[in-house]
Structure formats: structure tokens, C-alpha cells
Ligand binder design. Structure first.
Ligand SMILES: N[C@@H](CCC(=O)N[C@@H](CS)C(=O)NCC(=O)O)C(=O)O
Length: 206
């Protein structure tokens, strides 16, 4: 079995790094420097034509998109380890939260960063769109908070859906998103952060 993981620190690849750490799957890690243009080099574009990390090459097949990777790695390595549900409705629920993270919450976050951060030129920004996106992020966190009411984790016991979403929420915290109204989300994050894989990768945050 060969598994090569292409990543950069402090990026979307941090989600996949945590997933791989939870699973304990041996892999070769290849660190890329986005600023130096490593993700746009022909040899990397041959693996991911989008020029983005994370990318995992499993037995010669490149797989990219963090949500796809969480589900793929979960199906392939997580079921026996009781970190990902087998086929059936519980798996459907796990997939629901993983895709929601990247598509619904991710869309609001993308609109927010596009319209408010200095990563994009000022003449491409719209302050009202930025404010609307901020409200949409809060709306998503409200939905998550309600879903976690009376629960320890998203789908029964801890699964990689929790790993995926909590790692994404870490980045939102880093972006100064206000989490104070979301007590269930905060308590759940604390539970997720207490896990050995998390503490190993993010010792400063625990
Ligand atoms: N939808 C993708 C997003 C991946 C992404 O945006 N990766 C960024 C880092 S956070 C990247 O590789 N950027 C490199 C570049 O644009 O050159 C996923 O979830 O995997």
C-alpha cells in the first residue's frame, strides 16, 4: 500500500492531516510551499490540475478535495477502526455533515473572505456582500449548534465527520469568527480537541 499526502501548513490540508492522524495510516508527507509556487508546478498539476492541496495519491491514484478525501479515507480505513460508519443511514449522516462543511458553510466563508480580506483586490470587493456572508456563517453555526443539542458528537460516537468539521471551525476561529453564542459548538469543539490526534498536531490549542 502506498499513500502520499501533499500538504501545506495552515491550509485546507490541515483537515486531511488530522484525518490521517486519527486513522493512524502510514503515509509519506510531501510539504509544498504555496508562496513559492509549488502547487502550480507541472509535476503537481499532473496530480491535481486545480493546483491546490490537499491531494492524496493512494496506490497511484490522485484524489483531491478535502471532503472527498475525508469520505474516501473514512470508507477505506475508518470503518474497522470505528471512526467512520459502514454503509447505511449513519454513513449518510456523516456524509451530510462533511459535504455541508465544504459546500454550505464553505460557500459563506468563501464569500466572506472574498469580500473582506486583503487576499483579494479592493476593486473586487463588496462590503454588503461581506456583511451578508458574515450573517450566513452565523446562520450555519446556529444550525450546527441546534444539531449538537443534547449530543456528544454529530453522528453517535466520534467519527471523522467531527474531525472534518471541527478542523474547519478552527480555521473560522482563526479568522476571528464570534463563537460565543454557540455553547453546544464550543463544548463539542472542546471534546474533539481533547483527542490524542488533535493534541499531537495542535498542542498549542489544547
Ligand atoms: N475545495 C478545496 C480547496 C482547497 C484549497 O483552496 N487549497 C488552497 C490552500 S487552503 C491551496 O492549495 N491553494 C494553493 C494555490 O491556490 O496555489 C478542498 O476542500 O480541498
Amino acid at each position: 500500500m502506498s499513500l502520499v499526502f501533499y500538504y501545506a501548513p495552515m491550509s485546507t490540508a490541515s483537515i486531511t492531516e488530522l484525518i490521517l492522524e486519527e486513522l493512524g495510516v502510514p503515509c509519506e508527507k510531501v510539504k509544498l510551499d504555496i508562496q513559492k509556487g509549488d502547487t502550480k508546478k507541472p509535476e503537481f498539476l499532473a496530480l491535481n490540475p486545480n493546483g491546490k492541496i490537499p491531494c492524496v495519491v493512494h496506490d497511484g491514484t490522485p484524489i483531491w478535495e478535502s471532503a472527498a478525501l475525508t469520505m474516501y479515507l473514512g470508507e477505506t480505513f475508518g470503518v474497522e477502526r470505528k471512526l467512520y460508519p459502514g454503509p447505511g443511514p449513519r454513513r449518510g449522516e456523516a456524509m451530510k455533515w462533511i459535504v455541508w462543511t465544504n459546500v454550505t458553510l464553505g460557500d459563506a466563508v468563501a464569500r466572506f473572505t472574498r469580500n473582506t480580506t486583503n487576499w483579494y483586490p479592493d476593486d473586487q470587493k463588496n462590503a454588503k456582500a461581506g456583511e451578508a456572508a458574515k450573517q450566513d456563517i452565523a446562520g450555519c453555526l446556529r444550525i450546527l449548534d441546534q444539531a449538537l443539542a443534547g449530543k456528544q458528537y454529530l453522528v453517535g460516537d466520534y467519527t471523522l465527520a467531527d474531525t472534518h468539521l471541527t478542523s474547519f471551525c478552527d480555521w473560522l476561529r482563526h479568522m476571528q469568527t464570534d463563537f460565543t453564542p454557540f455553547a453546544n459548538v464550543n463544548a463539542w469543539s472542546d471534546r474533539c480537541r481533547a483527542r490524542p490526534a488533535y493534541r499531537k498536531l495542535q498542542p498549542a490549542a489544547t
